[in-house]
Design a protein around this ligand. Sequence first.
Ligand SMILES: [Zn+2]
Length: 456
Amino acid sequence: MATIEDELERARAAQLEELSSFLRIQSISTLSSQQAEMRNAAAWLVDKLQRAGFKNAEVLETGGHPLVFASFHVGDDAPTILMYGHYDVQPVDPLELWTTPPFEPKIRDQKLYARGASDDKGPVFLHILALETLIRRGELRVNVKLCIEGEEECGSTNLPTFLEKNAERLRADVLLISDTTMVGPMQPGICYGLRGLCALQVDLKTANSDLHSGLYGGAVPNALHAMVELLASLHHPDGRVAVDGFYDEVVDLTMDERAALAELPHDDEAYRKALGLTALFGEAGYTTIERSTARPTLEINGLYGGFQGEGTKTVIPHEAHAKITCRLVNQQTPATIQEKVKKHLLEHAPIGATLTVTLQDTGNPYLGSFDAPAVELAKKSYEHAYGVQPYMTRMGGSIPIVEVFHRVLNIPVVLMGFSLMTENFHAPNEHFSLENFDRGIRALTHFYREAATALK
Ligand SMILES: [Zn+2]
C-alpha cells in the first residue's frame, strides 16, 4: 500500500480544488440574504462527508442556521473524538480592499486567498481530509463525531440549546477544535485556557441637577470627584485588584505552566515600543504574558459626566457614569465577581453619592488540562508534522462556545489551531497558508490515527 505521505502528495491538487469549491459558497451567517448559501454550504459538507466515509452525515435543524453532524463508529470500546468547527464566514466588506474577490479562491505566494480560508472552512476541511485518508486506508480505529455549525460568526445563538438537547448523541472522550491561531509560522501552539468576562455599568448621582461652581462650589459633593475617588479604590498601587475576595477562586499558576508560558516568543521592550507606551504596567509579581492571558483583571472601559464642550463651564456635575469589565480565570464566575465588585462599589461610595450598579454581559472562563493524554497526543502530532515542540498558550480573550462544550459535555478540550494571526480573518484578503494546509493534514492524520492507543 502507498504510504500516507505518497497518497497526500498525489491528492494535493484535487484537495485544494475541493476546498476551493467549499470556499466559493457565500455562507455569511449574519446576512439574511444568504440563507440559501448557508443551506448550500451545509449540503456541500454532508455530501463531502458521505464521500469521505461518513455514511450518516446529515443536516440538523437548530432553529437558526442548520448544523452538520456526522459520525463514524468503529466499536464501543474505542475512544471517541468529537470535532467542532464552523462553516459560516464573516461578511466581506469593504469589497474594494480585496485583491481578488472573496468568493473566488486564488493561490498567491503559497497562500490560498478566500473568505473562510483560515476561519474556519480551511481548518475544518483538514479534519475531513485526514479522516477520509484514514478511513480509506482502514486505519481509523477511534470513533469520530463531527459537529460543524453555521452560527459561530453570529454568536452561536442556538448551539448551547442544541448541545444540551443532544448531549448523549455528542458524548465523547475528547473535543478537538481547530479554530484558534498558531503562535507564528512553524510555531504551533495548543491553547489550554481562555479568560471569561463580566461587565458592570456604574451610575452615580449627587444633586437634582448640575450646580454653579461659583454659587455652590465648596459646599456640596461633586459627582465626578466622587466617581474618580470610587474608581481609584478598585486597585492597589501595585496593580492588584483591591476588591475583597476578588482572587479567592484563582488558582496559582504551577511551576510547569509558568515555565511553558515563559517559553513563548515575547520581548517586553519590543512589545512596549510597538504599543507606543513609555512603560508597561500590571499586577506585581507576574510577567506580561501571565498578566495578559492567565491572570484576572478589572478595567475601567469608559468614564463620562460633566461638561465636555469647548472652553470652560463652571459647573458642579450631579451625575457620573463608568463602565467596567473584568477578565476572569479558573473558577471565578461572572455572577460572584459581579457581586463582589458591586459590594465594593456600594461600600466605598463617597459621602453624598448615590450609586446604581447594573450587571451586564458575562462569559465563563475556561481552563483545560495542561497535560491530559489528548493534549500529549496533540503535542506529538504537531511535532510529527512540524518537527518542533508546540507552545502551550492561554488566550486573554474568550471563545464562549469552548466553555459551553466543556460545561455541557464535561470532557477535555484540545484547541489545535492551524491558522496564523496574520491571515486577515474577519478582514479583506483572508488567506490560509499552504504550508499549514500540508502540515495540518499530517498533524491531524497523526492525531486521529494514534488516538486509538494514546486515548485508551
Ligand atoms: Zn472561527
